[in-house]
Design a protein around this ligand. Sequence first.
Ligand code: HEM
Ligand code: HEM
Length: 227
Amino acid sequence: MEKRLIWDIPTRLFHWLLVASIFGLYATAEWMDDAVQWHFYLGYFTLGLIIFRVIWGFVGPTYARFSHFVKGPGAVFSYMKTLGRKDSAPATGHNALGGYAVIIMLIMIGLQAVSGLFMTDDIYLDGPYRHLVDESVLDVMNTLHHRVFDVLLWVIGFHIAAIVFYAVFKKQKLVPPMIHGKKQTQASGIPSSKLLLALVIALIVGFGLYYAIEIAPPAPALEEFYY
Ligand code: HEM
Ligand code: HEM
């Protein structure tokens, strides 16, 4: 079996930037004083990462595509039957079960970032969409922003536990390929990371978000500053 490129550079960058961002978002919300503005900026960046990854899931290289790792229930159940076997063949991309964990994490982090746009720190700073909706919507967003993160922490814990399980029980090391991109496999590797396409998508997502957050939302009415 040869070592072949499986994880393209944008997918790997996405992953490690996401990990750093989630850590930073937690730190700026829970540990640091006066860091809410940084929490906002990191939240926008994370929203950008998620939008990028969703687009990449349709146009990126083979193993990054949703069509490659979102499988039907049949494939998931037959994969689950191999979970307890030490000698099961390693998956080349995400396995049939892990694929759903990826989707769940993307949806939850996306929800967390979108609900953040409607949040307030109750002192100085309002999310950019806060003044555009009524109290009932704000209530939902506020509840989502607090509750989704509690569940997300469990999902991340489970994700890391799964990585440890594969390393210890199945002797399959999944982390190095997420760093250097290569896996020992008989399946074909990807010919390139499609870096130019990734750059164009990242720029479009960046400008789109800047427009949606800084330019498009009308400024709050003046009286909102006083009452
Ligand atoms: C905030 C914490 C984390 C989040 C939100 C997270 C999220 C994700 C997501 C969304 C993917 C799918 C990647 C893609 O296809 O785009 C993924 C895959 C992966 N993550 Fe994480 N991750 C976290 C922490 C970690 C840590 C700490 C490690 C290493 C110890 C790790 C190792 C991996 C590996 C090895 C994969 C590929 C799994 C496979 O081969 O199918 N993750 N993670
Ligand atoms: C994926 C992105 C995000 C994550 C993971 C995240 C995470 C968190 C967490 C863990 C908290 C603390 C909740 C608690 O104490 O129960 C929080 C609070 C908060 N978040 Fe986010 N957030 C994200 C995006 C955003 C965005 C985009 C905004 C606004 C533009 C935002 C605004 C706020 C505000 C205003 C608070 C309350 C802070 C305070 O009361 O001091 N968040 N967030």
